[in-house]
Design a protein around this ligand. Structure first.
Ligand SMILES: NC(=O)c1ccc[n+]([C@@H]2O[C@H](COP(=O)([O-])OP(=O)(O)OC[C@H]3O[C@@H](n4cnc5c(N)ncnc54)[C@H](OP(=O)(O)O)[C@@H]3O)[C@@H](O)[C@H]2O)c1
Length: 175
């Protein structure tokens, strides 16, 4: 299974500001397009809540996987939305059983951190936004070993956005 993490970040590594502020995120349509191309979007419960708040759920053209322990939501899966309390490995096994060989992880910080810690992310694509903030949610939350990345490409999307792609090489030994 090939797993790509796709996120919009500030230059100091936040994916949301205080009170889950993501009003600063641009180029959302490109993010939706990439999600539809991938066919699968994996997100955490808090990201799901934010998407619902902005009427942006489910991501169209993709199977939406929402990772949660919410017992009510776990009974509400449909053809294009699966609520699951599986581990990150378990979620990917579920997708493999359905015939998928590629998935996008689309946040937030806690889900990203869980997948990174489990060594399950192969590629990281970041849309770097020209701003800094003092507080908020980091690209990767939680605890995980050092990771070595390889820079694959960088593209100036427009006057504001830089898109950077990395390959995750391996966990840094002895960290
Ligand atoms: N800038 C961007 O591109 C971008 C993209 C996505 C999200 N965001 C923002 O990121 C924020 C949400 O990030 P977040 O880190 O607070 O939440 P999150 O990662 O979206 O969700 C975390 C929740 O997922 C559930 N969960 C289930 N299995 C888990 C596991 N193995 N590891 C971790 N969590 C698991 C838990 O909820 P239960 O209590 O249900 O178990 C947990 O509280 C929002 O503000 C959102 O708008 C930004």
């Amino acid at each position: 299974m090939n797993v790509t993490l796709l996120m919009a970040i500030t230059i100091n590594g936040f994916v949301a500001g205080q009170d889950d502020d993501t009003e600063w995120v641009k180029d959302i349509d490109a993010l939706y397009k990439m999600t539809a191309e991938a066919g699968v979007a994996i997100m955490g419960k808090r990201t799901y809540d934010e998407c619902v708040k902005y009427n942006a759920f489910p991501y169209k053209g993709a199977l939406n996987i929402v990772m949660t322990h919410d017992k009510t939501l776990l009974t509400k899966s449909t053809d294009d939305v699966i609520f699951t309390d599986a581990t990150p490995q378990g979620a990917l096994q579920l997708l493999e059983q359905k015939g998928f060989d590629h998935a996008l992880v689309i946040g937030g910080g806690n889900i990203n951190g869980s997948f990174l810690k489990a060594g399950l992310i192969n590629e990281i694509i970041l849309d770097i936004h020209p701003m800094v903030m003092a507080k908020g949610i980091h690209l990767f939350e939680g605890d995980f070993p050092y990771q070595q990345l390889e820079l694959m490409s960088f593209t100036k999307i427009n006057d504001d956005l830089l898109q950077v792609k990395y390959r995750v090489k391996n966990n840094y030994e002895n960290s």
